[in-house]
Design a protein around this ligand. Structure first.
Ligand code: FAD
Length: 445
C-alpha cells in the first residue's frame, strides 16, 4: 500500500487517541495512526474488578481543551444512557474498566485509526518518513508522532526465571496463574502491587498457602493527590519545569515519585479494613506477610522453590524468603521503540536515552525542518512526572496540534498556578490582573 500523509502516528494508547480525537475536527490534514494490536485495549492485564482511575474523568481525552468535543467522557455516558445513573451513583473515581470502555468507544468512532498494523521500521527517505511493518508497506508521511507507551520493567535479578511461575503485573489478568496450595511473593509496593495483593488474598487465583508482599519503599506509601501536589500536573508547572536547566530536573523528578507512584489512599483504606476483617472476623484466613523496606538483589531456584535474597533497609539485615510463585509489580520503564532504530543516530537523546524534547514535544533531529518527530510519554526527563499520566494528555495533544499546524487551533494557555515556581512575582500577578480584566472580574472591596 502506498500512502502519503501529513502525520503518521505510531501506537494507539490513550495519548495518541487523544491526539486523533482532537485532530478529528481539523480539516485538510491527513493523519493516520497505526497500532500493533487488533483493536483498542487499555492495559487489559490490569483490568481488575473494582479498580479505580487515579485521575478525574474530567481529564479525559478532550475536555480540558475542548469541552464541546463529541469524544468526551460525558458524551460517552449520555450515548450509553447512563448519565443520571452515573451521577446518582456518585463515584469518587470512575472504575478503570469503565474508563477503558470509554476509550474503546472513542477508538471505534475515529476513522483515522488503523489496527493490526505494527510499525517495525521508520526510515527517512526521499524527503519523507517511510513506515514499514506488519499490515503496512511503504506508508509515507511528512511528520511523525510516536506514542508507543512504556515497557514492563523486569529487574535483572529475575530475568532468567521469568516465565509461567514468575510473571509481570501487566500480564496478570488473562493469565492462568494459579496459586492454590502455593507460597506467593508479590514484589513492588505501588498501586499494582496493592491491587494484586488484594486479588490474591480474595482467593481469585485459588487459595494460597501464604502470600508475601515485598516492597523497597519504607512503608506502604500513599499516592499524594492533595491540591498543591496536583499543581505538578498542570500546564503552568510543566512549562516552568521544561525551562529548567537539564541538570536540575532529575532530583526534582525523584522528589515527585509519590505524586504518581504511591498507593491511592482509597486502596490503602480498603487494604487496612480487609486485613482487619481477615485477622479478627474471618475464619478462613490466608497467612500473609507484608515486608516493606526490602530491596531484592538476588534470586535463586532449587527443588524447594524460588529464593529471594533481600536487604532490609530498616535494620540493615539480610533476609531470604522462599516461594513457589512470583508476581512482579515492578512498574514500567521508558525505552525508545525499536522501529526508530534507523533514525536513532539522528535524534537528540540524553544520557538516559530519553529524547531532549522541545516545549512542544518535538525530538530535535538532524533532518530537514519541515519534517518533525513528536513523542508522547517520553518526556519524564524534559517535562517532569506529569508526562506519563493522563492528566495532561488532552493539553499536550493540543500543544502538538498547534505546533503541527503552526496556528493556535486550541487555547493551551489556561490561568496560571497560584504558586510562583520561578522568577519574580510581577509576571504572574500581571497575567492574573489582565485575565481578570478581560473576564470583567474585579477585586472585592
Ligand atoms: C494499570 C495502569 C493503570 C493506570 N491508571 C492511570 C490512571 O488512573 N491515571 C493516569 O493518569 N495514568 C494511569 N496510568 C498511566 C498511563 O496513563 C498509562 O500507562 C497510559 O496507557 C499511557 O498511554 P500511552 O498512549 O503512552 O501508552 P500505552 O497505553 O501503553 O499504548 C501504547 C500502544 O502502542 C502500541 N505500540 C507499541 N509499539 C508499537 C509499534 N511499533 N507499532 C504499532 N503500535 C505499537 C502498543 O501496542 C500500545 O497499544 C496507568 C498505567 C497502568 C499500567
Amino acid at each position: 500500500m502506498n500512502d502519503s500523509l501529513d502525520l503518521a502516528g505510531i501506537g494507539i494508547g490513550p495519548f495518541n487517541l487523544s491526539l486523533a480525537a482532537l485532530l478529528s475536527k481539523v480539516q485538510h490534514f491527513r493523519a493516520r495512526f497505526f497500532e500493533r494490536r487488533g483493536g483498542f485495549n487499555w492495559h487489559p492485564g490490569m483490568m481488575l474488578p473494582g479498580t479505580q482511575m487515579q485521575t478525574s474523568y474530567l481529564k479525559d481525552l478532550v475536555t480540558p481543551v475542548d469541552p464541546c468535543n463529541p469524544y468526551s467522557f460525558l458524551s460517552y455516558l449520555v450515548d450509553k444512557g447512563r448519565f443520571y445513573r452515573f451521577v446518582n451513583a456518585d463515584y469518587p473515581r470512575v472504575r478503570r474498566v469503565e474508563f477503558a470502555d470509554y476509550l474503546r468507544w472513542v477508538a471505534e468512532q475515529l476513522p483515522s485509526l488503523q489496527f493490526s498494523s505494527g510499525v517495525d521500521e521508520v526510515a527517512f527517505v526521499d524527503g519523507g518518513f517511510r513506515l514499514n511493518g506488519e499490515g503496512l508497506r511503504d506508508v509515507r508521511a511528512r511528520h511523525l508522532v510516536v506514542a508507543t507507551g512504556m515497557r514492563p520493567h523486569i529487574p535483572a535479578w529475575v530475568e532468567r526465571y521469568f516465565g509461567d511461575h514468575c510473571l509481570h503485573s501487566h500480564g496478570y489478568v488473562g493469565s492462568d496463574f494459579s496459586v492454590t496450595g502455593k507460597r506467593v511473593a508479590i514484589v513492588g509496593g505501588g498501586q499494582s502491587g496493592a491491587e494484586i495483593f488484594l486479588d490474591l488474598m480474595a482467593g481469585n487465583r485459588g487459595k494460597a498457602d501464604e502470600i508475601i508482599w515485598v516492597s523497597r519503599r519504607p512503608n506502604l506509601d500513599p499516592l499524594d493527590e492533595t491540591s498543591f501536589i496536583n499543581e505538578y500536573f498542570t500546564p503552568d508547572y510543566v512549562r516552568h519545569f521544561h525551562a529548567l536547566p537539564e541538570q536540575r530536573k532529575p532530583p526534582i523528578v525523584a522528589s515527585h515519585k509519590l505524586t504518581g507512584d504511591g498507593v491511592s489512599p482509597a486502596t490503602l483504606q480498603v487494604l487496612s479494613q480487609y486485613l482487619y476483617d481477615t485477622d479478627f472476623l474471618n475464619r478462613d484466613i490466608t497467612p500473609y506477610t507484608i515486608m516493606p523496606y526490602r530491596d531484592v538483589h538476588l534470586m535463586g531456584r532449587d527443588k524447594v522453590g524460588f529464593h529471594l535474597h533481600m536487604r532490609n533497609g530498616f535494620n540493615n539485615a539480610d533476609e531470604t524468603i522462599s516461594v513457589d510463585r512470583i508476581v512482579l509489580a515492578t512498574g514500567y520503564r521508558y525505552q525508545l521503540p525499536a522501529c526508530l532504530a534507523p533514525l536513532i543516530e539522528r535524534l537528540d537523546l540524553d544520557q538516559d536515552g530519553f529524547p531532549r524534547l522541545t516545549a512542544d514535544y518535538q525530538v530535535p533531529w538532524d533532518g530537514p525542518d519541515g519534517h518533525r518527530i513528536y513523542m508522547q510519554n517520553a518526556g519524564r526527563n524534559s517535562h517532569g512526572v506529569a508526562d506519563a499520566q493522563l492528566s495532561l494528555a488532552a493539553w499536550r495533544a493540543a500543544v502538538i496540534i498547534n505546533s503541527l499546524l503552526e496556528e493556535a487551533v486550541y487555547d493551551v494557555d489556561p490561568f496560571p498556578s497560584p504558586v510562583r515556581w520561578a522568577g519574580g512575582r510581577t509576571e504572574t500577578a500581571d497575567k492574573a490582573v489582565k485575565a481578570m480584566e478581560a473576564a470583567k472580574i474585579y477585586r472585592v472591596g
